[in-house]
Design a protein around this ligand. Structure first.
Ligand code: C5P
Length: 208
């Protein structure tokens, strides 16, 4: 089996990167693709109290266990299975569960900081930045976090103004320059997704 194609997909919170990742996977219609979300590699914080866990800056590169993520990607590249951690956003830490991921042909790695770390960036075959207006991203985040991540409106607003927005400007937005492709307006850009899918199919064909 040849080395898998590694696609890195980034963009700010609420940019639509998960939709793009899932649409690419669906359109590729290939049964040997995995989606790895960088969120799964938030550091384990089970040793901290809930009060301390909510004070963590989750938009800073330090919040992620990037060493483990790189190790897992290297294992998949080497044809080995991994036990991917499972993250719980309501409790701000890892759960006791893991999900076993088997070696595959294509890996889509999606997350806010996948282009920030140089070592991680250098592993990627295709680098994509999903670029969506800040107001749209904030509205999506507010709706998602209150519906799906157990947050109040006040907490989402305070976190956004205090941490999410400044960290986006400092760490996420500057990684746009590393992208091979910038997709405006997230998951609904059919032309951009079609171009990407065609490219990945041609790489897979070349690899045989
Ligand atoms: O899915 P998305 O890319 O939006 O996930 C990243 C976001 O998750 C970060 O902007 C971070 O603020 C948020 N997060 C959080 N609480 C955690 C872990 C991450 O609000 N415990």
């Amino acid at each position: 089996m040849s080395k898998p194609v590694l696609i890195g997909l980034t963009g700010g919170t609420g940019s639509g990167k998960t939709t793009v990742a899932k649409t690419i996977i669906e359109e590729l219609g290939h049964d040997n693709i995995v989606l790895i979300q960088q969120d799964s590699y938030y550091k384990d914080q089970s040793h901290l109290s809930f009060e301390d866990r909510i004070k963590t800056n989750y938009d800073h590169p330090f919040a992620f266990d990037t060493e483990l993520l790189i190790e897992h990607l290297e294992d998949l590249m080497a044809g080995k299975s991994i036990d991917k951690p499972v993250y719980d956003f309501s409790h701000h830490t890892r759960t006791d569960e893991v999900v076993t991921i088997n070696p595959c042909d294509v890996i889509v790695l999606e997350g806010i900081l996948v282009l920030e770390n140089e070592q991680l960036r250098d592993m990627l075959d295709i680098k994509i930045y999903v670029d969506t207006d800040n107001d749209v991203r904030f509205i999506r985040r507010l709706l998602r976090d209150t519906k799906e991540r157990g947050r109040t409106m006040d907490s989402v607003v305070n976190q956004y103004l205090g941490v999410v927005r400044p960290m986006h400007q400092q760490f996420i937005e500057p990684t746009k320059k590393y992208a091979d492709i910038i997709i405006p307006e997230g998951g609904y850009n059919k032309v951009a997704i079609d171009i990407l899918v065609t490219k990945v199919k041609s790489i897979l064909k070349e690899l045989g």
